[in-house]
Design a protein around this ligand. Structure first.
Ligand SMILES: [Zn+2]
Ligand SMILES: [Zn+2]
Length: 602
């Protein structure tokens, strides 16, 4: 008889003890009594000594004969629990959440070769301007790497594409691993990674948790893609998880993309990351920044300048296709005086104010809003708001205007598209078909709507999106950005093909205002309850945040998806500082809140 230390998929950081037989191994799943229910738990330790004065309960059922993870994954989970302020149980169960409990194959994990003969941690970013060269580079890495490696992709379709490309060409066993796989097949691949060596893993973000015993390289394809961020709590960023694992194992970490993030630009400048730029800037298509002045708008369309209208006609007459890209998430209005060009700036930080859905002027850095004004403060003109038309309207206007052209609304669900379409109207999802058709022009009629969002990093997000378009297009394609603010650095750097100009400006702004990479942003969301207790606890939380080298940026009550209200507190914490883990977990237990580190958007 021994004692098993068990954790659960609950937001509380606590361990429970149960009596177990002598054969029970650690890192296995069990069924135990908890309160007056039975609950699935995970054994993290077996203790020989049983205290006489405590009355323990017995484990009811054991699901696994051998450990499901190894020490390295356990250690990684411990680090992640502290980093993302969630319980170890939540991390462990998010790794093996939906594995079958019953299975009829035996497995035994390989002895771990932790931290031995490793080549040393280093982080490298490779920028490519085409997929073929990038895939060749991965094949080269596979051939050069001893032992196992993981190559992560942002989407299943690219996993499948790369898998098909290398199958039969390499001398190692290749395993696929992604959430959409059949549950049993995925579980078998998980166990294979535990017991076999010399494997190539091609998968999506969840493959970072495979318990390989001889992992010696991690590669992340298109690492700036938002799909690497976990959508459910705990919302970890798999790129960060991969970096943590590479450091823990002391192995190289390779990232590829069309461009880098602002954070990595900062790291590259500080020589903490090695940059290998394989892009050829001569290959870039022509980028045209079109000033969207009131009097240059084609009155027939309401959203295109006369230049863009004639370009569309010209392109289609040449037999090429046109893509019109709209931001669904953007606001429906933008703010700027049509008469004198005056824009309103934040009194506090001097950055441009944006118009929110509630008709308020909002500073995305200071996160404060003020009431909208009715006329321009400089010249008195009343033409200060532009109404932005949505995808549906763009589509209808074009259809009414061009009877002879075939126009299609393109959505993510589209499978087979005929080649006779002239104009595709859609969101940035159109990037998926750029290689499939001969596009003569890509037009962003409201480029500002990508920037006119309440997120401090909206320019970075848009810049990364534009890079995906730019490097996929042919040299003779024209990329048109219609904007009311043609002098913004993002547009200048694109026009001059000097991309670092954009990163420099963005970094300066972030440093001045203390945003990432100079701090971390944390968002806490608490379901609102009407009681004195609730208010007291929220006050305790606020004080705790303020005393933790942090600054609260905003604290608002917003609508919950389920119809209720939630309190959303956004704050930044000094770089390399963190909240006291035990204290925040204690408050979290009482308030039952969700917490996210550096969200994609805030
Ligand atoms: Zn004005
Ligand atoms: Zn401000």
């Amino acid at each position: 008889m021994k004692l098993a230390k068990v954790i659960f998929d609950i937001p509380v950081e606590r361990e429970f003890f149960y009596l177990c037989g002598d054969n029970l191994k650690k890192f296995t799943r069990v069924l135990v009594p908890l309160g007056n229910k039975r609950r699935k738990g995970f054994v993290i330790e077996i203790e020989e000594e049983i205290k006489k004065d405590i009355e323990y309960k017995w484990i009811k059922k054991v699901y696994d004969a051998s450990p499901l993870i190894n020490n390295e994954i356990y250690q990684l989970s411990r680090i992640l629990s502290q980093k993302y302020y969630c319980s170890l149980g939540q991390i462990i169960f998010s790794i093996m959440g939906h594995f079958p409990l019953k299975y009829n194959f035996e497995f035994e994990s390989k002895k771990e070769e932790l931290f031995q003969n490793q080549s040393g941690f280093k982080k490298e970013i490779y920028l490519f301007d085409n997929e073929k060269e990038k895939f060749d580079f991965y094949i080269e890495l596979i051939e050069k790497t001893k032992n196992s490696l993981i190559i992560m992709f942002p989407e299943v379709s690219i996993v499948e594409k790369f898998f098909a490309l290398i199958q039969g060409k390499v001398n190692k066993k290749i395993l696929k691993y992604y959430g959409e796989m059949e549950r049993r097949e995925r579980f078998i691949n998980f166990l294979t990674s535990l017991k076999e060596k010399n494997l190539i893993i091609t998968g999506t973000r969840i493959s970072i948790f495979l318990p390989l015993s001889d992992l010696s390289l991690i590669v992340i394809d298109s690492y700036t893609d938002p799909s690497y961020k976990e959508k459910k709590y705990p919302k970890f960023n798999s790129v960060e998880v991969a970096e943590t694992r590479s450091i823990l194992r002391n192995i190289p970490f390779i990232l590829t993309s069309y461009t880098f993030s602002v954070n990595d630009y900062y790291e590259i400048k500080k020589n903490k990351v090695i940059l290998v730029d394989k892009r050829d800037f001569n290959k870039l298509p022509e980028i045209l920044i079109i000033n969207k002045k009131w009097n240059e708008i084609d009155k027939k369309t309401e959203f295109l300048t006369e230049f863009s209208s004639s370009l569309i006609e010209e392109t289609i007459l040449k037999g090429k296709k046109v893509g019109i890209i709209h931001n669904r998430k953007g606001n429906w209005k933008t703010f700027k005086c049509e008469n004198c060009g005056h824009v309103l700036r934040c009194k506090n930080c001097n950055s441009m104010l944006i118009l929110t859905g509630e008709n308020k002027l909002f500073c995305k850095y200071c996160r404060v809003s003020e009431n909208i004004i009715k006329k321009c403060l400089k010249c008195g003109s009343k033409k200060i708001i532009e109404r932005v038309v949505g995808i549906e309207k763009i589509y209808r206007i074009l259809k009414g205007l061009y009877n002879d052209f075939k126009i299609k609304k393109f959505t993510a669900e589209e499978r087979e598209i005929k080649n006779d379409i002239d104009i595709f109207v859609g969101t940035i999802i159109i990037k998926e078909i750029l290689n499939q058709f001969d596009f003569g022009a890509i037009i962003f009629p409201h480029a500002d709507s990508f920037l006119n969002t309440p997120y401090y990093n909206s320019e970075e997000i848009f810049f990364i999106i534009l890079n995906e378009f730019l490097w996929k297009l042919k040299k003779d394609t024209k990329l048109i950005l219609q904007t009311k603010n043609p002098n913004l650095e993002i547009f200048n750097s694109l026009k001059n093909k000097n991309f670092n100009e954009f990163y420099e400006k963005e970094l300066k702004m972030r440093e001045l205002l203390g945003y990432p990479p100079f701090s971390d942003i944390i968002v806490i969301e608490i379901p609102v309850k009407k009681s004195k207790f609730f208010e007291n606890r929220v006050n305790i939380l606020r004080k705790f945040i303020e005393n933790s080298d942090s600054q609260i940026l905003s604290s608002d009550i917003v609508d919950n998806k389920k119809g209720g209200k939630k309190l959303k507190i956004v704050f930044k914490i000094e770089k390399n500082k963190e909240l006291d883990f035990e204290k925040i977990m204690e408050i979290k237990e009482k308030l039952d809140f969700k917490i996210e580190l550096n969200p994609e958007i805030i």
